[in-house]
Write a protein that binds this ligand. Structure first.
Ligand code: SF4
Length: 135
């Protein structure tokens, strides 16, 4: 099981992959950016794949087989609505689609959606592991 620091790094990696959209990123490029060895990086990408957060697509790059990491689109756990940043937002009255403050461009909301999806997936994986251990 990864440490808190390991989980933070996983989350950071997940965000970097997600920020690349549908084109994703080659894993070797990503490991260079976070200054990880290919062994450390492969562990992280496998954990994210097992959590259902990313896909690892095999790809031939400069004559070598590698993986392109692409984030999956996921639904949000409705229970986490309680943490929604809008609940205590001082800009709530001004916020609306097409306005100067908009949910479509709000970094707090985007961060909440990503973090919630990430935590929901981690919880799902933990529940599956617990079930396997109890069986
Ligand atoms: S979307 Fe962002 S700006 Fe709008 S109410 Fe929610 S937290 Fe506030």
């Amino acid at each position: 099981m990864p440490s808190r620091r390991g989980e933070d790094l996983e989350y950071k990696v997940f965000r970097m992959i997600k920020n690349r959209g549908d084109k994703g990123i080659l894993q070797s490029q990503l490991w260079k950016r976070i200054k990880a060895t290919s062994r450390e990086g492969s562990r992280i990408s496998l954990r994210l794949e097992r959590a259902g957060l990313i896909e690892r697509r095999r790809e031939l790059h400069e004559g070598k087989w590698t993986y392109r990491l692409v984030a999956k689109k996921r639904a949000v756990n409705p229970l986490s609505i309680l943490d929604l940043p809008c609940a205590f937002c001082p800009n709530q009255d001004k916020c609306g689609l097409g306005g100067p403050v908009s949910p479509a461009s709000c970094p707090l909301l985007a961060q909440w959606v990503e973090k919630t999806a990430y935590e929901a997936s981690k919880g799902k994986v933990k529940a599956e592991v617990d079930e396997e251990l109890e069986a």
